[in-house]
Each structure stands twice: as structure tokens, then as C-alpha cells.
Design a protein around this ligand. Sequence first.
Ligand code: DX5
Ligand code: ZN
Length: 226
Amino acid sequence: MPSTTARRITIAPSLLAADFARLRDEVAAIEAAGADWLHLDIMDGHFVPNLSFGPLVLAALRRHTKLPFDVHLMIAPVDPYIAAFAEAGADHISLHPEAGAHLHRSLQLIRSLGKRAGVVLNPATSLDTIAWVRDLVDIVLVMSVNPGFGGQRFLSSQLAKIAALRQWIDGGDKPIALAADGGITPATAPHAIAAGADTLIAGTAVFGAADYAAAIAALRGPAMPS
Ligand code: DX5
Ligand code: ZN
């Protein structure tokens, strides 16, 4: 699998596992530690059985970091909130197909706001869901846990989905980031990467570590030969 081994891996720490009493410092720390994106999990207590935070937190942090904001919306209905997250500083906005009636329209809305658009596939959701919206998709997130909570165990059943998506992406003519989200650790990351993921989203494995730079480096794996 030559194409997967030569890829530089994007690391996106999930703020959900940060110390919420020190969010500004936590974001500065992962930026200094080499994170590529900041992943922001937005939960409504309805689409998923947990609550997190909203656009006010993005807007407050936006002034203090240059990291791209990778926003993962776990809210339904989702369309009424997309503009608020774009205005608050999101760079990428990803949503679940189940969170609205018209995925194509939601993706059009995100892109009309000048943001990269992502689709998140739950463990039971087929990749066929995005077959006919390829032109509007910049990022695919494969949930490797059920959405709603950090600190869950990686579902290895999702590796075959990542591999199938890698083929699908490589068979097209536009770049699409392929991310695994949930249960990513130094033990599971190599499997996700070998299956074809180029982006890893990790909460506990980064913010739960004593040394953020070491944790990020451990997820990224060996440096690529230049
Ligand atoms: C789960 C979220 C994940 C989560 C990852 O609903 O989408 O981004 O924060 O947390 P860990 O890395 O702890 O599984
Ligand atoms: Zn997430």
C-alpha cells in the first residue's frame, strides 16, 4: 500500500478532552506541540446523548490561535446553526447525514459560506451516503466510536470502511481528507493509517497525556523520508 505509507498525517486534537477551565491555554499548548487542526465537537443532547459547547466558545478562542477550526456538528436539525458556526470562526464544518433531510443542500450551504464541508459517517452508516455528493465534500470523517463521548474504545469494524473510502477518494480527481474520529491512540492509529486515513482526531490520547508534543508525535508515527 504505497500511497498510504507515504502520506503525512494530519493530527486534530479534540477540545472535548481538554481542561475546560483553561481552554485558551490548552489550545495554545497543542498549537505549540504541533497540532494541525483543532477539532471542536458540538453536541446538542438530542442528536447525541451529551451536551458540549456552542459558537460562543469558538468565537472566544478564535482570537488566540491560528489553528484551523475543524467543527464536528452533532446537532439536529443542523442547517439552522451552520451560519453561526461559520461566523464564529469555523474553517471546516462537518455534519452527519442523519442530522438533516437534505445533505446536498447542507453541504451547499457550508461551501457558500466559504468553508470546507465535511460528512461524518456513523459506525452503521454506509459510505454510499456520499456517493452522489462527492463534488461538495472536502472531508470525510469516519466515526470509529459512536458519537457523543470521548474516551471510548476504537471500533475496528470501521477499518474496512476507511479502506473502501481511500479507494473511492483515490479514484476521483479532487482531494478529500479522510479522518478517523474516536478511540485513536498510539495503538490504534497505525491501523487507521494503514487502512488509508490521512487525518486522526484524538481527544483523550492528546489532552490526557503529560507531554502533548510527544503524544502528537506518537500518533503521527515515524517521520516521512523527504
Ligand atoms: C465523539 C467525538 C470525538 C471525541 C474523540 O463524539 O466526535 O471527536 O472527542 O475523543 P477520543 O479521542 O477520546 O475518543
Ligand atoms: Zn468529533
